[in-house]
Design a protein around this ligand. Structure first.
Ligand SMILES: NC(=O)C1=CN([C@@H]2O[C@H](COP(=O)(O)OP(=O)(O)OC[C@H]3O[C@@H](n4cnc5c(N)ncnc54)[C@H](O)[C@@H]3O)[C@@H](O)[C@H]2O)C=CC1
Ligand SMILES: O=C(O)[C@@H]1CCC=N1
Length: 276
């Protein structure tokens, strides 16, 4: 039976653990989690998902077959330095670190490792992540099946070349935050125009869900779907004109490009720190 060791128990780790446990992919008692100092987070994960928590690295890594690296990229060098003596060639390392290449992980660990670099998003918690996976040559076919199954339980998956992961990070890794940002604006405006917060929230969520399902199920392009909402001289047209004036579509394009560039920069910072 597999044993999973999660290093860096924060938001992303929790989303994955939630997905894995809810979907019964693993026995929760075979999932061991640690972080740097956030003991409260560990207790909360233990209470919510019945996983095991520890600050003892021997206990964490003993018989572990899969290791998830989920600390912030800036903490990766220190964290990997700290755990490297416990890592083995037989373990499957899953790194969700934005920007950090598989090569950098191996360099930091000072050894050759079977690595899957994944870019999920926090919607994994509700089984709706979009996860891109890149693998190095040491990953076996069985390990690949295992990891694909793991991420398939928390959403859709695609295998990509490692170079594409920065773009995935800018688009769908960070993507939920762009939608929450829109939802925040919709909530604020709804209250301003006289709706109660509770009704507004339900209607915003339903509007987002409905639009997402239309995008998913309809054969029409987003532009066409937008046109179908927009009556000439109507309310949508009036609203969209304001968005055009603010160049909101350009802002979103620049936002995704900048997030992608930041993913690249995070990786470069790690490489620079190693002088490679
Ligand atoms: N939050 C998100 O939406 C997504 C995050 N990611 C990636 O996931 C990783 C984690 O992001 P979040 O969960 O948002 O961060 P977070 O700050 O919520 O969690 C990071 C955790 O790492 C722990 N940590 C730091 N140094 C450590 C060390 N030396 N040893 C053990 N644990 C250590 C911290 O205590 C913290 O609990 C990042 O690399 C990020 O790029 C990837 C996809 C989406
Ligand atoms: O903001 C970040 O760096 C991480 C990566 C993708 C989503 N959150």
């Amino acid at each position: 039976m597999e044993k999973l060791a999660v290093v860096g128990a924060g938001s992303m780790a929790e989303a994955l653990i939630a997905g894995i446990v809810k979907n019964k992919l693993m026995d929760s008692r075979r999932i061991w989690v640690t972080n740097k100092t956030d003991h409260e987070k560990l207790i909360s994960l233990q209470n919510q998902y019945d996983v095991q928590t520890t600050y003892n690295l021997n206990e964490l890594f003993q018989n572990a077959s899969i290791v998830i690296l989920a600390m912030k990229p800036k903490d990766a060098a220190e964290a990997i330095e700290h755990i490297k003596k416990y890592l083995t060639e037989e373990m499957l390392i899953i790194s969700v670190l934005a920007g950090v290449s598989m090569n950098s992980v191996e360099m930091l660990a000072g050894q050759s490792l079977a690595i899957v670099r994944a870019m999920p998003n926090t919607s994994a918690a509700v089984g709706k992540s979009a996860t891109a996976l890149a693998i190095n040559q040491k990953v076996s076919a069985e390990q690949m099946t295992l990891v694909s199954n793991m991420f398939a339980t928390v959403g859709v998956t695609a295998i990509v070349e490692e170079e594409q992961l920065d773009a995935v990070t800018g688009l769908s890794g960070s993507g939920p935050a762009y939608i929450y940002y829109l939802a925040e604006a919709m909530e604020k405006s709804a209250v301003d125009v006289g709706l109660e917060k509770e009704i507004a929230k339900e209607f915003i969520v339903q509007t987002l869900l409905g639009a997402a399902e239309m995008l998913s199920k309809s054969a029409k392009e987003p532009k066409q779907l937008r046109k179908e909402v927009t009556s000439p001289g109507g309310t949508t047209e009036a609203g969209l004109k304001v968005l055009e004036n603010y160049r909101v579509q350009h802002a979103f394009i620049d936002c995704i490009k900048e997030a992608t560039a930041q993913s690249k920069r995070l990786g470069e910072d790690i490489s620079a720190g190693m002088n490679v």
